[in-house]
Design a binder for this molecule. Structure first.
Ligand SMILES: Cc1ncc(COP(=O)(O)O)c(C=O)c1O
Length: 459
């Protein structure tokens, strides 16, 4: 933090800078065992963590988890944290849900991977079809991979080479999507490491909620598919304007392109995701992260015509590698986890509970923002709630990006963590799960209130 005597997003920046230094000291004092493990990890783990993103929490050293259950994570120093991050959606149904734990236990002595189909796969395919309304499904190990394979299938099925994404999107580390609009011009994302193939040749990018731009971009007739989240969640949340998807679907159809909806985060909307809740009709749907209750797996489903065209493309291709799939895709362990998750965990009752508590959280946040006169807003998509540093909800990726403030987020996240509350390290997203309780929600609100109060102008 470097601005001095400034008011930033309604807060006194000098006070926030001092408070951050205090929070860092508090974290260091609270977590000696994590500190010791972090020191040891430096010896053999690049960046001192299994994945470099794990440093994005902004803690003075990596917090180490001991175990996670329901809506809590217990760290190695024995603090039990209320978890509103939930593995950034991977644990959206709570940590170690009992039916998934039981299924994994059953499978534990029955093998994990054989490259053979199982009875669980039949049940999972049926469940997915009934839930999402698309008849035919395939599996992957991550949402990233599922998106990558869908794009490959769609290109093969349509013979078109381009895809269209919305500015500010994230669909995992599938290369094709790392294209932004910078001052209105498409540009490959600078942060992408080791990228050698130019992405702008085959990826078109427009702003979310801009129907005219969508229409113009699809008009040449060379875009195989629009790959989109039904509501953007990865640059801060951006909701579709009323009527956006109805018109967007008509435009996509008119230009002979396909719609691929990535529901990996928006599954927070309810048991059938945003798609079912709002009657959307995608040609393909992707779901990763929580579909196996936290076990690594992902699914993608196709409409009958797309599946037919994709299968024809495969039949007509010469024998050999398709570029689709990995050895462990559809493995027995993942299938058992998905079967339990779909049949026993992702229930309407569970979703109702999650949404009720997310509503309590959103309402409490709005009240807090009003009380302190902060120029912030709150957006909710089912069990997913976010506060953003702008007075009205952003309408596209550019507006959402302008509302991000990594330093302020860092201060808030670390302060909450020191008060026993975990929220995602990226922007200000909070999820509720079937195990989240009203006292946990109220605890988060009280903690945030305490953090904000100490850095209000004139406090
Ligand atoms: C919408 C969306 N799709 C795909 C992914 C990629 O998921 P994974 O990292 O599990 O591959 C993410 C990750 O955040 C996501 O938000």
């Amino acid at each position: 933090m470097n601005a001095s005597n400034a008011i930033r997003h309604g807060l006194d920046w000098d006070r926030a800078t001092q408070a951050l230094a205090t929070e860092c000291q508090t974290f260091i004092g609270r977590n000696p065992r994590s500190a010791a493990l972090a020191r040891q990890a430096q010896e053999h783990l690049m960046f001192g963590v299994p994945l470099h993103w794990m440093n994005d929490w902004g803690t003075p050293f990596a917090l180490h988890a001991a175990h996670a259950q329901g809506a809590t994570v217990t760290d190695v120093d024995g603090h039990t944290l209320s978890d509103f991050c939930l593995g950034d959606t991977g644990a959206m149904w709570g940590h170690a849900p009992a039916p998934v734990a039981a299924a994994l236990q059953r499978q534990a002595t029955r093998g994990y991977t054989t490259m053979l189909a199982t009875e669980d796969a039949v049940v999972v395919g049926r469940e997915l079809s009934q839930r999402f309304g698309l008849p035919l499904w395939q599996f992957a190990l991550s949402a990233t991979d599922a998106n990558r394979y869908v794009v490959r299938w769609v290109r093969a099925a349509t013979g078109r080479t381009k895809i269209l994404v919305f500015n500010g999107c994230y669909h995992g580390t599938i290369e094709d999507v790392f294209v932004d609009l910078v001052d209105g011009q498409p540009r490959q994302r600078d942060s992408l490491l080791g990228q050698v193939h130019p992405l702008l040749d085959h990826t078109v990018v427009v702003e979310f909620n801009d129907l005219a731009a969508l229409d113009a971009a699809l008009a040449p007739g060379d875009v195989a598919c629009v790959l989109a989240e039904p509501a953007m969640t990865n640059i801060g949340m951006v909701l579709p304007q009323p009527g956006f998807w109805e018109e967007a679907q008509a435009i996509i159809r008119r230009h002979g392109s396909l719609l691929v909806l990535d529901e990996t985060h928006t599954i927070s909307t309810g048991p059938g995701g945003y798609t079912q809740a709002h009657g959307l009709q995608p040609d393909a749907l992707v779901l990763g992260k929580p579909v196996g209750g936290g076990v690594a797996c992902a699914v993608y489903g196709f409409s009958a015509p797309l599946a037919e065209a994709a299968m024809r493309a495969k039949r007509l291709a010469p024998p050999g590698h398709s570029g689709i799939g990995t050895t462990l895709s559809g493995n027995m362990l993942a299938m058992a986890a998905m079967r339990a998750t779909l049949t026993e965990v992702m229930t309407p009752g569970a979703c109702q509970h999650m949404q009720t508590l997310a509503g309590r959280l959103s309402g409490g946040l709005r009240e807090l923002i009003d009380r302190h006169g902060l120029p912030w807003c709150v957006t909710q998509v089912g069990a997913r709630t976010e506060f953003q540093f702008c007075p009205t909800p952003p309408r596209n990726g550019t507006e959402a990006d302008a509302a991000l403030d990594a330093e302020l987020e860092h201060f808030i996240h670390l302060s909450l963590l020191n008060r026993g509350v975990l929220i995602t390290p990226f922007h200000n997203m909070m999820l509720t799960c079937p195990d989240t309780t009203a006292p946990q929600v109220d605890g988060l609100l009280a903690a945030l209130d305490g953090v904000v109060r100490q850095v209000l102008p004139g406090a």
